[in-house]
Design a protein around this ligand. Structure first.
Ligand code: BG6
Length: 506
């Protein structure tokens, strides 16, 4: 892989959780793999009044806790690349001192102005920081490129996303904006493109003639943990579907791009979002199911219900589970239902996409009730990344008894190499100036536009129920009714959860 040009990475919100848990360990992993620029520095900023040494100590502790690599010598040389500058990101008066520090780092390293600004802050600052940076000319590219990485959520709804985009576009060009969706950085999500477009066997079947329906699940076994404040305003639809799940839909449903460059790929995903049939407000009740986890006992441990969580309104209607059905109105997918669901406190952590193929046109062998005999291609995004194809085989012996068998590929069998984390890949790409795996503005807006009527209906119509589901189950049973075909049901990756709660066979 290429080594990026020399640059400085400035992190806003550097004392937050994301920096500790994900960003610093990911940048350290890049260092271990020799993927950082030859001359490189990380300038961390946040409000607490810490000096370099105090901040470095915090980062050492984070690496100790969250990094897979622990070689003390490497940690030390990496930590020396970090410095800290207290900045109140809202206050324009704090920026000249930031600029001064940035300039002195550039001088020390003798590098030009190449800079990435990573906004790992509360979303309310996503407009403010780039504006304040522009005031000190940090958007100008005369002395080197300038890029801004913006964490999700990009906006709270269509209106606020458009507003944020407008405010960013005042001072920054689209090619300088990197809207992060860490699902796009996952190896297995990228592998969707390779599976589809490097194999002759799947693509001819990848359409309405052969596919019965498509299902995407992203389940989490954890609850909202300590994120009540954030989650109350977000909910599953904004937190997972608007971004991560729809991006997976984009890769599954897109047409082959003309080439693998950023614009060609992003042009195709945006077309998918623009072709999704809008769900009307009055259709929401039937096409979208929302749920909220209730107190329960999981493997002997008591779990609080969502409304009892810290920072959550005891009468909250925020959904911790959402499932929806929609159609993509284009030539490839006309009439094929797509089902997506996500939830907190489900039985296991798993993200997968299942392509359910149509049954054979005629049953030569005994027909099963549930469409077990239909072929399924299961793309396991996490954990245990891989691909599984289910198809029928004759059971040995008299007659023709058919049993579905699995052809199973695990990424771990491909090579012993560790799979890089999504943040490693995305940060490295941003240094290379490759935005393929970042969401483009039009795609983000199209995703919000699609979900707008759902959010409105939930807000305006008190009759739309929020179904309770005991924590540790697969969400409200009503979600099963979304799949109208009585011979079909959701694919439950782990119906029989083992006692130790581990992920079990598909
Ligand atoms: C984040 C959401 O974007 O993705 C979290 O805000 C969620 O609520 C997380 O837990 C899931 O990511 P992953 O990579 O663990 O599936």
């Amino acid at each position: 892989m290429n080594r990026p040009e020399n640059c400085i990475l400035v992190i806003f919100g550097a004392t937050g959780d994301l920096t500790k848990r994900k960003l610093i360990p990911a940048i350290f992993a890049l260092e271990i793999q020799n993927l950082l620029p030859e001359k490189f520095a990380i300038l961390c900023t946040s409000r607490p009044d810490l000096n370099d040494e105090e901040f470095k100590k915090l980062m050492c502790e984070s690496l100790d806790k969250y990094s897979e690599h622990a070689d003390p010598e490497k940690v030390e040389s990496f930590i020396n690349k970090i410095s800290y500058q207290p900045v109140d990101a809202k206050n324009p008066d704090d920026y000249p001192s930031l600029l001064k520090k940035l300039q002195s780092l550039r001088k020390e390293l003798s590098i030009n102005g190449n800079t990435i600004f990573y906004l790992s802050t509360p979303p309310s600052l996503y407009g403010v920081i780039p504006q304040n940076l522009a005031k000190i000319n940090c958007n100008k590219q005369d002395d080197g490129w300038k890029r801004v990485i913006i964490e999700k959520p990009f906006g709270y709804d269509l209106e606020s996303a458009l507003e944020l985009n407008k405010s960013l576009n005042k001072n920054w060009k689209e090619h300088q904006l990197y809207r992060i969706d860490h699902y796009l950085g996952k190896e297995s999500v990228q592998n969707l493109l390779v599976t589809r477009f490097s194999n002759g066997i799947f693509e001819p079947l990848w359409n309405r003639n052969y596919v019965h329906h498509v299902e995407i699940t992203s389940a989490e076994s954890i609850g909202i943990e300590k994120r009540g404040g954030y989650y109350e305003r977000s909910g599953a639809l904004r937190d997972m579907i608007q971004n991560h799940l729809l991006q997976i839909v984009g890769f599954i449903a897109m047409e082959p791009p003309s080439s693998m460059d950023s614009n060609s790929i992003r042009n195709e995903t945006v077309k998918v979002f623009q072709s999704i049939r809008p769900i009307k407000e009055d259709e929401v009740i039937n096409q979208v199911i929302r749920g909220q986890y209730l107190a329960s006992t999981i493997r002997g441990e008591k779990v609080r219900g969502y409304r009892e969580e810290e920072g959550v309104d005891p009468n909250s209607k925020t959904e911790t589970f959402a499932a929806l059905k929609f159609y993509i109105d284009n030539w490839r997918w006309g009439g094929v239902p797509f089902y997506i669901r996500t939830g907190k406190h489900l039985p296991t952590k798993v993200t997968e996409a299942v392509i359910h193929f149509k049954p054979t046109p005629h049953y030569l062998f005994a027909k099963k009730d549930i469409c077990e005999s239909c072929n399924q291609l299961i793309i396991r995004i996490q954990p245990d990344e891989g691909i599984l194809l289910k198809f029928g085989m004759k059971l040995p012996g008299a007659g023709f008894q058919v049993e579905n068998v699995n052809m199973d590929f695990h990424y771990s069998d491909l090579c012993n190499q560790r799979i890089p984390t999504a943040y490693e890949r995305l940060i490295h790409d941003s240094m290379l100036g490759d935005s393929t795996l970042y969401a483009r503005g039009d795609a983000v807006m199209a995703a919000w536009k699609f979900l707008e009527p759902v959010m409105k209906a939930w807000q305006n119509n008190p009759d739309i129920p929020v179904y309770g589901y005991p924590a540790g189950t697969w969400g409200p049973e009503t979600a099963d009714n979304l799949i109208e075909d009585p011979t079909m049901e959701w694919h439950y990756p782990c119906k029989n959860l083992s006692d130790d709660g581990k992920f079990c066979e598909l």
